[in-house]
Design a protein around this ligand. Structure first.
Ligand SMILES: Nc1nc2c(ncn2[C@@H]2O[C@H](COP(=O)(O)OP(=O)(O)OP(=O)(O)O)[C@@H](O)[C@H]2O)c(=O)[nH]1
Ligand SMILES: [Mg+2]
Length: 367
């Protein structure tokens, strides 16, 4: 249950006072970590409780455990969708450009707080600034995941969106090729490894075109000439994306269409209806999964209370300890884990133990 704004503000104030009064030493490290976590938690709840903190417009601040951007043509159903999966009540309507600003909302899933951007619709030539396209794209770039919202009766729009993003050097669901480049004082251009599929002459020409005349370069993966230019000049952005294929209530063939799109564009497609709330919970699961995060719970040995903490997939007990309080790692002896990553309840593990979704962790300090 999220408390109201006044209660939360009071709570944050009290916790901050307690924090400033607590002297930092070995004995109090755990207590300080706990206060810090509680302040962070209360601040996150405050974002949900108080809409005023949600900044709208061009410069939206990243908040929460991860950020997701809804990208699609006008009237695809982005606002209808965010109103179902997050805490917003954004205007929806049958005409284009109903949404004119970026409006952030919070989606709560498995105790994580995921910031979702509702955005104005993107149209063709958005990269030239049409329809406020640049604003939308600059906000989308800061997200950890793009959810393309596509109207099932307008699926040709997806290719147009990809084109727009590609012309801005945003690469979707592509592994960034590993390229090592060491500029030298002299010696010309020397290519040590070339797995790009491009002739060496082309690579040299590209480098010289970018003003690089002396360098050692190794390219460890396939790459096109345009992509190589955008990587070396530092402009390439690699982003993960999934597709919410919306308005399936209006098209009986939705399963087939979803499968075809998924195959054709190598993207995970989730068929949904925002207005009927069909598969919207499944979409939330998929968003969470594709963000590559897990939620674990910290518990003091003597207390019942559990504090949620969001970490990246593959995080260890040591990572959790560092996030809790940087000082605690030195005095950590081991941890007790109950949950999917433990063989039995209260299993004792070391700091290298890899955590899993839903684990409950109790840190055990050196005596
Ligand atoms: N049948 C059906 N209609 C939908 C669905 N989702 C949205 N709509 C309708 O589509 C229209 C546009 O929806 P919005 O949510 O305003 O679309 P948007 O993508 O936010 O549009 P802009 O803000 O203009 O970019 C509205 O009339 C919605 O009621 C759906 O799942 N099924
Ligand atoms: Mg809208």
């Amino acid at each position: 249950m999220v408390q109201d704004k006044e209660t939360l503000e009071k709570k944050i104030q009290e916790l901050k006072e307690e924090y400033s009064k607590t002297k930092e030493n070995k004995k109090t490290n755990y207590h300080i970590g706990l206060i810090r976590m509680k302040i962070a938690q209360a601040k996150r709840d405050l974002v949900v409780a108080s809409k005023k903190i949600h900044r709208e417009g061009f410069f939206v601040k990243k908040m929460g455990d991860a950020t997701v951007a809804l990208v699609g043509f006008p009237s695809a159903g982005k606002s209808s969708l965010i109103n179902v999966i997050a805490n917003t009540k954004n205007k929806t309507a049958a005409y284009a450009f109903t949404t004119t600003k970026i409006i952030p909302g919070t989606m709560i899933h498995k105790d994580s707080h995921i910031q979702v951007f509702d955005m104005p619709g993107l149209i063709e030539d958005a990269h030239l600034g049409k329809g406020g396209g640049r604003m939308v794209i600059s906000a989308a770039k800061v997200a950890d995941l793009i959810v393309f919202v596509i109207d099932i009766n307008q699926t040709q729009q997806f290719e147009k969106l990809m084109k727009e993003l590609n012309s801005l050097e945003i690469h979707i669901n592509k592994e960034k090729p590993y390229i090592q480049i060491n500029e030298q004082e002299m010696g010309g251009i020397r290519i040590e490894v070339n797995k790009s599929g491009l002739p060496e002459e082309d690579i040299k020409e590209i480098l010289m075109g970018l003003g690089i005349h002396n360098t050692l370069i190794s390219i460890w993966g396939r790459v096109s000439d345009d992509e190589l230019i955008s990587i070396i000049s530092g402009r390439a952005i690699y982003m993960r994306a999934i597709m919410a294929l919306n308005k399936i209530d209006t098209n009986r063939d939705y399963k087939k269409i979803a499968e075809e799109l998924s195959k054709k564009y190598s993207i995970e497609v989730i068929p949904i209806s925002a207005t009927n709330q069909t598969n919207t919970n499944l979409l939330k699961d998929k968003i969470y999964e594709n963000l590559g995060i897990i939620t674990v719970y910290l518990k003091h040995r003597m207390e019942e209370e559990r504090m949620p903490m969001v970490l990246g997939k593959g995080a260890t007990v040591g990572d959790a300890a560092k996030k809790f309080h940087t000082n605690i790692i030195d005095e950590l002896n081991c941890a007790m884990i109950t949950g999917p990553s433990s063989k039995f309840p209260n299993q004792r593990v070391g700091i290298a133990h890899v955590l899993a979704e839903g684990d409950v962790i109790t840190f055990i300090k050196n005596k």
